[in-house]
Write a new protein. Structure first.
Length: 184
């Protein structure tokens, strides 16, 4: 059995099907990316507050609370203190997006007698892939100083404790690089 994800709006042609058939292994792993302003001294930051990013997508209130809690826990381990009012050293905001991707799964297709081929079947299903972006701003300079994103397939779980555990792991991985090491 093999699995391959294809963007929902991309054309599914013969080449994609053949490439998908040749690929084996796990279908999706969490992807984390980050970038930061290399001219900023992150050691000077001690406090932060949450801000809303204008026009950003957010989940329901319970999920939003969980996201902020997971990030707050990571910030506390970095000796940053959350405040509700200005003045603060940093503003933190986040946004989410969900994409619907097609997953192509194929079975069979052995080489058969003397490479004559075999029977093959393929099915498709839709997978929700979520991205959470965390932005960190310096209010004194009014500039973005750090941005990180985590992307992963979204699993529907009826267990809120299990979802929170996954969220905490994702935020630990995402914020592993915050603050970045001091420039030399």
């Amino acid at each position: 059995m093999f699995t391959k994800r294809i963007a929902a709006n991309s054309a599914v042609g013969i080449l994609v099907l053949l490439a998908s058939m040749a690929w084996c292994g796990p279908s999706w792993a969490q992807e984390v990316k980050y970038d930061y302003d290399r001219s900023v001294d992150f050691t000077k930051y001690e406090t932060y507050k949450w801000v809303a990013i204008k026009g950003a997508s957010h989940p329901d209130q319970l999920t939003e609370k969980d996201i902020k809690q997971a990030i707050d826990e990571q910030m506390a381990t970095r000796s940053l203190t959350k405040k509700d009012d200005d003045p603060v050293d940093l503003y933190i905001g986040y946004q989410i997006s969900v994409q619907h991707e097609k997953e192509l799964t194929g079975f069979g297709g052995g080489l058969g007698w003397r490479f004559g081929g075999g029977m093959m079947s393929a099915t498709t299903s839709t997978i929700d892939v979520g991205t959470l972006v965390v932005d960190v701003y310096d209010p004194a300079t009014k500039s973005l100083v750090w941005r990180g994103s985590a992307t992963n397939s979204l699993e529907e779980s009826g267990n809120p404790d299990k979802r929170m555990k996954h969220l905490n792991k994702a935020m630990a991985k995402l914020l592993k690089s915050f603050p970045p090491p001091a420039s030399e």
